[in-house]
Ligand binder design. Structure first.
Ligand code: ADP
Ligand code: MG
Length: 635
């Protein structure tokens, strides 16, 4: 072997060094995944070559079969993985192997160094690719030759310690990449044939190119999505899913469809049991693999499914697309867009069936993937299906785990009820102690509980379900609820105010308005409150406090909306205030109490954790204080 004597030394980029450092200094039980990563790189390189062949690009060694070969030498503790794929030239080696281009790498490295005990798991799921070879190698030599006739073959060599060297190869090596792995002393097992074979069977069985160890083909299974459903066992689906996703668990759902008209395609789709914990780190990591006549056209195509269904994994294969279709023009291809919309409805119909036939299963789905699924409110084409699939917790649920559909809500709504009511808050307790809920409890009107900031945006933009408009408990005009009977069992002692006290009460309201000035639109008697002393309301057409908060978060110039302070004359504090007011309408206590009441009402609208309990407590203190005040003054 004659190598070019002038090898150039390079230093690894900082993030590569960091990754290598973690890989070398941690203990792993799943080092074997390095082979999965190398084989998957080889398979990618073969896919890219096949793509060029289909496009009619000039390629060297055209007659070479597309395959992956593994050689092992137990004596030399050497393992070689080679492919006849696209190969790399010198520049490509420097950029592809010397840096990590994967999105989210930085965050991933941070996670890795913080959670040492999770390293096995994290590496397996994230797929850190080529560098994982240094978990088992003390030295790695890559010999590679690009498919382009003008490119020279190159050699890359490193011990994974911080530097690598590259030299040009004079010898004529065939197209593709050959990776020689000199194993560490404690990694000899990876030179043993049975061990290599079992790793391939476990992690790489569905690679669509043949993998040989010493001329013996190891992987057997091919495109199972093209086979009839009845011929495939659950284990095969599970195995394929694990291969595809690196998930260690089985999928929650398998959707296998073969469609012939108007456009032929096969789809094998999976819904994972757990939502992808790396979603925010690794946002690009979604999409379906698109095949044309069993040939992979694109990994993780993002246009076959809308983003809100991005939790779905799998493959789509069509006879009706041209093999030489370019990825760039896919979106403009009418057959492709028809396939994509059919894949979307396939998933939505599957979910509808599941919601009908397997309630618990569907609720589990919702708890895992609902957060992403909800974002589908912009899919107008599938609005009817989408809206039926939404789930909510509500005032009629026994706890916060129970979920209902909008159909459930409408089926048990009150007679003549024309709106669907909702309340927002951080959790069930917070919503239930909100003063806005009092009238709904009193009349036993069901209210949807929204815990996620985005929920209200969704309902606001959907506007209605069937003929029922979504309406916030905060902006509802209590007059509209008048026709619904009070059903609350607790008897609230309602001493009617005397005529005289009524007059004083209405003067007190004016006084309170004066005290609060332009902080409020008005101060009025409340028809909605049962226990609480006061609350803030907006007019029917106005925005709820949660929506305002979202607006203020995105645009700081939005001034807080002025509201009406509603005051409840049945509340002890207010009754006492009337007495104080009767005695001396300029009493300082009225000012203090009014300001305190207002501030508490404002606090009640913000999204602090269970602020409403705090308000109830504070009001109690005020009640006690007013009692004391009245007693002390002997009013
Ligand atoms: P990823 O596969 O996620 O891109 P890797 O670390 O596994 O990350 O590989 C880095 C890059 O090195 C690949 O994207 C590819 O460009 C190149 N590469 C790795 N192995 C091969 C190979 N066998 N043939 C051609 N290119 C390869
Ligand atoms: Mg890779």
């Amino acid at each position: 072997m004659s190598e070019n004597i002038t090898a150039t030394k390079y230093e690894f980029k900082a993030e590569v060094k960091k990754l290598l450092d973690i890989l070398v200094h941690s203990l792993y039980t799943s080092r074997e995944i390095f082979l999965r990563e190398l084989i998957s790189n080889a398979s990618d390189a073969l896919d890219k070559l096949r793509f060029e062949l289909n496009r009619g690009t000039e390629v060297i060694d055209r007659e070479l079969p597309l395959e992956i070969k593994i050689l092992n030498d137990e004596k030399k503790k050497l393992l070689i993985v080679s492919d006849t794929g696209i190969g790399m030239n010198r520049d490509e080696v420097v950029t592809n192997i010397g840096t990590i281009a994967k999105s989210g790498t930085e965050e991933f490295l941070k996670l890795l160094s913080e959670a040492q005990s999770e390293v096995n798991n994290l590496i397996g799921k994230f797929g850190i690719g080529f560098y994982s070879v240094f978990m088992v190698a003390k030295e790695v030599i890559i010999k590679t030759r690009s498919y382009r006739p003008e490119d020279k073959a190159v050699q890359w060599r490193s011990d994974g310690m911080g530097e690598y060297e590259i030299s040009e190869l004079d010898e004529k090596i065939p197209r593709g990449t050959r990776i020689e792995i000199y194993l560490k002393d404690d990694a000899n097992e990876f030179a043993e044939k049975w061990r290599i074979e079992s790793i391939i069977k476990k992690h790489s069985n569905f690679i669509s190119y043949p993998i040989f160890i010493d001329k013996e083909r190891i992987n057997t299974v091919s495109a199972i999505w093209r086979e009839p459903k009845s011929s495939i066992k659950k284990e095969q689906y599970d195995e394929f899913y694990k291969f595809l996703t690196y998930d260690s668990e089985e999928p929650a759902d398998v959707i296998h469809k073969s469609i012939d008209a108007p456009i032929q395609f096969n789809a094998l789709l999976f819904i994972p049991k757990k939502s992808n914990e790396f979603f925010w780190l690794d946002r690009e990591n979604y999409g379906l693999d698109l095949y044309v006549r069993r040939v992979l056209i694109q990994h993780k195509n993002k246009d076959l499914l809308p983003e809100y269904l991005s939790f779905v994994k799998g493959v789509v294969d069509s006879e009706d697309l041209p093999l030489n279709i370019s990825r760039e023009t896919l979106q403009e291809n009418i057959i492709f867009t028809k396939i994509a919309s059919s894949v979307t409805t396939t998933v939505l119909s599957y979910l509808q069936e599941k919601a009908k036939n397997d309630k618990d299963g569907y609720n589990n789905f919702w708890k895992e993937h609902g957060k992403i699924f909800k974002l589908g409110y912009t899919d107008f084409a599938n609005r009817d299906k989408y809206i039926e699939l939404l789930r909510f917790n509500s005032s009629k649920c026994k706890d916060e785990n129970e979920l209902i559909s909008l159909e459930d809500y409408v089926n048990r709504k009150l007679e003549n009820q024309k709106e669907i009511y909702y309340a927002t808050g951080v959790n069930r307790d917070a919503i239930e102690s909100s003063p806005h809920m009092e009238i709904f409890k009193k009349k036993s009107i069901e209210v949807l509980y929204l815990y996620d900031t985005v929920d209200e945006i969704i309902l606001t933009s959907l506007r209605k379900y069937k003929d029922y408009e979504f309406k916030s408990v905060e902006t509802i005009d209590p007059k509209k609820l008048e026709e619904f009977k009070t059903v609350s069992e607790e008897k609230i002692e309602k001493e009617e105010l005397s005529k005289e006290d009524r007059m004083h009460f209405s003067s007190l309201l004016s006084k309170m308005k004066k005290i609060l000035g332009d902080k409020v639109v008005d101060v009025v008697e409340s028809n909605r409150l049962v226990d609480s002393a006061a609350c803030l309301v907006s007019k029917d057409s106005e925005m709820t406090s949660a929506m305002q908060k979202i607006l203020r978060m995105t645009n700081k110039n939005v001034a807080p909306q002025k509201k009406i302070l509603e005051v409840n004359p049945n509340n002890t504090l207010i009754k006492n205030l009337i007495k104080v007011f009767k005695n001396n309408s300029d009493d300082d206590f009225i000012v203090t109490a009014t300001q305190q009441l207002f501030d508490l009402a404002v606090l009640g609208e913000s999204e602090l954790d269970d602020i409403h309990s705090f308000i109830k407590r504070t009001n109690k203190i005020l009640e006690d204080a007013s009692n004391l005040y009245v007693n002390a003054k002997k009013l």
